[in-house]
Design a protein around this ligand. Sequence first.
Ligand code: C5P
Length: 231
Amino acid sequence: MQSLNKAQIILALDVDTFKEAKDFVDKLYPKIKIFKVGSHLFTAYGPKIIELLHKKGAQVFLDLKYFDIPNTVASAVAAAVELKVKMLTLHISGGQEMLGAAVSAASRQAKALKITRPLLIGVTVLTSQMAKAGEVLALAKQGLASGLDGVVCSAQEALVLRRKIKKNFVMVTPGIRPDNSGKDDQKRTATVSEAIKAGSNFLVIGRPILKAADPELQTEELLGELYGAGS
Ligand code: C5P
């Protein structure tokens, strides 16, 4: 697995146009070094958006949340490895066979290209939904047993997962909100410090930065909180 240093903030590039994405990257890189490309931007602009980020020197979190038959997901993951993304997501509910096929395809492709395999991150329950007790833990265990490197989880769940799963794995936490802001459609939110204390490695932040009156200042404040939390 890629080595993990300090926790990092990932900006979710949830914007409508290439130009908006480019403006945010120009403004916020290298304060922010990893940018999340989701289904909206990737459907609209494809690998062009990834090239933009790589040219700048930034790293890419490809968040397409793959969920399909094993062969299809394996091919999609191999194609994502070719794009040299740092990390990507797939739904753990796709099942053990799908996850296993994805892990094998990623390892094979990375070896063929002589590059480090991207981190394969499993989606448990979307943070816009309420999770049933034990559901996230069971899914996380299943994903890690299938060879995934980590999981997406809320800060509340992160605490439980770190306590209950006795192995080294990555936690990616969305639903981060500054103390004084609303939740938008997120049901399970936390501040940067709470997520760090819970043991998250990557904090995915979208609207709090994208919609801020001054995104650079907001980023600096969030980074200040990140470093202050001892990360
Ligand atoms: O704007 P906000 O900070 O809520 O953005 C959160 C980002 O994290 C969005 O891009 C969303 O798709 C993503 N995400 C999430 N919950 C998950 C997985 C990803 O909110 N379980």
